[in-house]
Structure formats: structure tokens, C-alpha cells
Design a binder for this molecule. Structure first.
Ligand code: NAD
Ligand code: ZN
Length: 264
């Protein structure tokens, strides 16, 4: 079921809804574009942070490994400082609320039309909108993770009096859960992403430029098994040529439209 380039927006929404209705294990790969309408800038694309300010240096992970206490000190010092590196991004996430796209994804899950979300976003907005079946391959900014046993907890619940903070389960060093440049993706998140990809009988690719690996490989792996792909993105991506249905619209418009059709 391939939509020709001239397929109208309405037609592609209808085809997407029909595919969702007939599928039994739908998996979505989500990127920064889903949260763009919540006021969080994407990295790439015309208004992307990297497009405006250049790509960040890739030393965060090394710095953390060399001296976790020093890393935490700097992180705590920079909190709330818009002029610090990454400050604009952090403030945008702190101020963000889930948008219509996040809410529609939570509704799709509740309606039984969406089995799992693999998100590259770290902003916690899926959970705040009501989604529960989520794998965060790049972590969650509101959480910490143990470098030894993999335990995760809320950053807000962790005492930062002594640095680095230590794991309540095993005493290992705690790191923020967000995956840094150079840091391997946590094994549990990667395993679950591959497991979900293998189970999928329909794959949604929403608001991602699909150039960050391994995330971009999940829809490609599904497609190789003959699983249909639906892309929701206002702009063309590297995955667009592989997609069976392309919805060229913001996620906050397209996803609620699909939910509306499925409710009828
Ligand atoms: P990206 O910045 O590379 O690409 C964003 C994509 O979203 C682009 O293809 C763009 O066309 C599309 N887009 C823009 N507005 C949209 C809208 N309203 N609806 C649908 N799509 C829209 O994002 P990415 O692919 O997720 O890049 C990956 C990295 O960026 C990840 O590692 C992620 O951790 C990080 N990141 C996360 C956040 C967040 O948590 N909200 C924000 C920025 C970057
Ligand atoms: Zn631990």
C-alpha cells in the first residue's frame, strides 16, 4: 500500500487510520519533532539548535567518566542558567507542556492502537500526556541511572549533598539518565527496542530526521520484514523514500486527525 507523491493529506490520514485499525502490534519511533510544538527546539532542521549554534563538542561522557563529582558540580551550577551551554534548551524543556501530538499518542495507546513508543526524546512529555509503554533510548532528563546496576530513579528524589550521588540499591555512581555523546545506549533500552521492532506489524516514524543510529535502523529493520512504514513529518527525511504512507504535516495536526477517524 504505497501512497503516490500526489496523495492528498486527507487520503494519507485515511490510509494511516486504516492501517492502524488492521494492525495488532504498532510501534512508533519518535524524535524531537513531536516536541517542537511544545516549544522545545529540535537539533536539526531550519530552526534547529545545531543549525543555529553548531554541533556540541563530544566530551561530556569522557568528562563524566574521568570525574563524576566534578561533572555533577558543573551540572548543578549551570541549572537554571539560560546563558550556560545548553541553557536555552534546558529552559525550553523545563517550561514545556505536552502538546496535541503527545496526547493523541497516549489516546492511541489507550484505544489499543499503539503497542509501544521508542522515543529519542528526553523531555518526559510522553509520560506527562499519559503514555505508559515507552522505551527512552536516549534517557530521561528527569531521571538518574546507576552506572553499575542500571537502576533508575527520579532526579528530584536524589540527595545532591554529597557528590557524586550514589545508587540506593548497590552504591554505584549515579549519572543523569540522559545518554551523552559518546556514551553507549543502555543495554535494557536497546534490547527492548529490538524486541519491539521484531514484534511490530506496523511502524510509525514521527518527527525524527532518522539520521541518529541505532534509532534510525529500527524502522529499516521492520521494513525489511515487509512491515509497512508511516512517516509523519512536515519535511522530507532519509526514511521518506522507504515509507508506504507519508503524512507531510506537523505531528500535532496529523495524530489527532488519525485519532478522530479511529474514534468514528
Ligand atoms: P532532529 O532534531 O534531528 O529532527 C527533528 C525532525 O522533526 C526533523 O526531521 C523535522 O523535520 C521534524 N519536525 C519538525 N517539526 C515537526 C512537527 N511539528 N511535527 C513532526 N515533525 C517535525 O530530531 P531527532 O531525529 O529526534 O534527533 C535526535 C536527537 O535529538 C536525539 O538524540 C534526541 O535525544 C535529541 N533531542 C531531543 C529533544 C527532546 O527531548 N524534545 C529535542 C531536541 C533533540
Ligand atoms: Zn546501582
Amino acid at each position: 500500500m504505497t501512497t503516490a507523491p500526489e496523495t492528498s493529506y486527507d487520503q494519507s490520514i485515511r490510509i494511516a487510520a486504516a492501517l492502524l485499525r488492521r494492525s495488532s502490534h504498532v510501534v512508533a519511533l519518535v524524535g524531537a519533532g513531536l516536541s517542537a510544538e511544545s516549544g522545545i527546539p529540535t537539533y536539526r532542521g531550519p530552526d534547529g539548535l545545531w543549525t543555529k549554534f553548531g554541533e556540541p563538542t563530544i566530551d561530556g561522557w569522557e568528562m563524566f567518566c574521568e570525574d563524576p563529582a566534578a561533572w555533577w558540580e558543573v551540572a548543578i551550577e549551570r541549572r537554571g542558567d539560560a546563558d550556560a551551554p545548553g541553557g536555552e534548551f534546558a529552559q525550553a524543556i523545563d517550561a514545556a507542556e505536552p502538546n496535541a501530538g503527545h496526547r493523541a499518542m497516549a489516546e492511541l495507546e489507550q484505544m489499543g492502537h499503539l503497542s509501544h513508543v521508542i522515543t529519542q526524546n528526553i523531555d518526559n512529555l510522553h509520560q506527562r500526556a499519559g503514555s505508559t509503554a515507552i522505551t527512552e533510548i536516549h534517557g530521561n532528563r528527569a531521571k538518574v541511572r546507576c552506572m553499575n546496576c542500571g537502576w533508575r530513579g527520579e532526579l528530584a528524589d536524589i540527595s545532591l549533598e554529597a557528590l557524586p550521588p550514589l545508587c540506593p540499591v548497590c552504591g554505584g555512581v549515579l549519572k543523569n539518565d540522559t545518554v551523552m555523546f559518546g556514551e553507549p545506549i543502555p543495554r535494557d533500552a536497546l534490547d527492548e527496542s529490538y524486541r519491539q521492532t521484531a514484534l511490530a506489524d506496523l511502524f510509525l516514524v514521527i518527527g525524527t530526521s532518522a539520521v541518529v543510529y541505532p534509532a534510525a535502523s529500527f524502522p529499516i529493520m521492520a521494513k525489511r520484514r515487509g512491515v509497512p512504514l508511516i512517516e509523519i513529518n512536515p519535511h522530507e527525511t532519509d526514511l521518506s523514500p522507504l515509507a508506504d504512507v507519508v503524512i507531510r504535516a506537523p505531528a500535532g495536526t496529523a495524530l489527532p486527525a488519525i485519532v478522530d477517524l479511529l474514534r468514528r
